[in-house]
Design a protein around this ligand. Structure first.
Ligand code: AKG
Ligand code: FE2
Length: 206
């Protein structure tokens, strides 16, 4: 195992019941995370996201990209996207995440938030294309932002600050029982890039 992971912080379970969300803390040294942030900013084919919200076609300020093993189709917010194939940079990051989690991922959704005015509303990631109760591993780069969970029934909440170069892993029944969001904030003046490695349902992942 790479020395990179030698001084790993203790893992922190964020959810009290009905799933698991483990915060690994900063898994990449800051200097290395800075470098990844710049490369992702430059090399990824960022596009404004499109969605249908309350019947209206909207284009988000936030930018997104979707990469995978194959040109999978993925539908969310009533729009369908076709994956681009992994780049060497994303394969490198997938390797980091797979080594830490011991889980295999076949796709990655990327989000670019230019500043705190951009965020993501309450949702869960349980689209039919995803493996049921699969794992989602979220790598964060750039400005630190709050990330929150809300239980669908009890409404109980849990929050965490997602640091530069950090990893958060959602697993088990989390998506069935909890919503999550990235609240907007006046405090963040810089950009954040987030990568969520996912498991799309295919014959090799059943
Ligand atoms: O930006 C984040 O930390 C979360 C993004 C997210 O929830 C998603 O892409 O589904
Ligand atoms: Fe999500």
């Amino acid at each position: 195992m790479n020395d990179l992971f030698a001084d790993q912080q203790p893992l922190l379970e964020l959810l009290p019941y009905d799933g698991s969300a483990v915060y690994y803390g900063q898994v990449l040294p800051s200097v290395e995370a800075d470098d990844y942030f710049h490369r992702l900013w430059q090399e990824i084919d960022w596009q404004h996201d499109e969605a249908i919200v309350y019947g209206k076609h909207i284009i988000t300020k936030r930018k997104v990209a979707w990469y995978a093993d194959q040109p999978f189709h993925y539908t969310y917010s009533k729009t369908t996207k076709t994956a681009q194939l992994w780049t060497p940079l994303l394969l490198e990051l997938r390797h980091v995440v797979e080594a830490l989690t011991q889980v295999r991922f076949n796709s990655c959704l990327l989000n670019l938030y230019h500043d705190g005015s951009e965020g993501m509303a309450w949702h869960s990631d349980a689209e039919k294309e995803l493996l049921q109760d699969g794992t989602i591993a979220s790598l964060s780069f750039g400005v630190e932002r709050k990330f929150s969970f809300k239980h669908k029934v009890s409404q109980e909440t849990r929050s965490i600050q997602l640091e530069h170069g950090s990893l958060l892993v959602m697993q088990g029944t989390t998506q069935s029982h909890w919503l999550h969001s990235l609240p907007t904030t006046k405090k963040a003046h810089n950009a954040r890039i987030n990568l969520t490695f996912r498991q799309i349902r295919t014959t090799s992942f059943e």
